[in-house]
Design a protein around this ligand. Sequence first.
Ligand code: BDR
Ligand code: CA
Length: 312
Amino acid sequence: MTDKIPLLIDTDPGVDDALALLMAFNDARHEIVGLTIAAGNVGLQYTVRNALKLCEVAGREDIPVFAGAPAPLLHPSPDAGNVHGQDGFGDVGFAPAVRQAEDEHAALAILRLSHQHAGKLVLVALGPLTNIALALKLDPTLPQRVARFVVMGGAVTCHGNITPAAEFNFYFDPEAAHITLQAFGRYDLADWEATIAHGLPHHEVDAWLAADSERARFYARISEKTRLWSADRRGDHWFAADALAMAFVLAPEGALELAERPLAIELEGTHARGASVVDWRREGGGPDQANILLRYDQARFEDLIRAALAAG
Ligand code: BDR
Ligand code: CA
């Protein structure tokens, strides 16, 4: 029996997912009980392959990997292969991992692990919420067994990154986001706008990635394309959304400013499908379900990344 905090990560790796996973692998206070894999940044065959490979590179083949839904609940959605590489890991042509994913579906694994770790489980969503929505449809009592639910998604004043108003994870599967966020009485949210407020200077990232560690070498390779794309499009800083969310998961005490508000997902609309509409003035009378991260200790965030890369 361990007294570590059980951590279940739903993810669609993805370059920033990979950094978040390395941070979680490196954390002594948490025990990762599984990775459930979503389609999102790229197709499911790639996101599963990437999760398995990252575990192999990091020497964490003890962590079970479960494949989930290959597509959003209702409507097809474009992926983010232009940002992460067509294979989601920078198209560097690595050899696939030896290990395969487990036979159990991700949604069933989420439910099983929620029973196994009832009352203690920290559930983290770093991708579209399709698997968690499916789990909730199978068993709406899931939130009762989850101690903390942390989501990377949304843009809390509608400064989106995939459309003008919407952030990628929620836009990819808005129905799943709606089902999931409605179901949890309370959740922690690290949105795209918090990501933008916590950029990582490219020159610092380059220095960390020069570290003499297998993890840093692999991460430098798979992230090169997206870092170049980002430097070209977004300036001096690189933005690693899932890494910030993971810092909030692993070290919640690093959160310096939070706001609790009602939040709804726009499911219709010509311009705003998938947008996260925060009721900042609490006009609708809904509950303050979203605990929104506004400011995180930047030095602590960067320390967690450096340690994850074994960059001293
Ligand atoms: C989110 O979208 C994905 O591309 C990233 O992996 C992250 O989870 C940021 O909007
Ligand atoms: Ca992601």
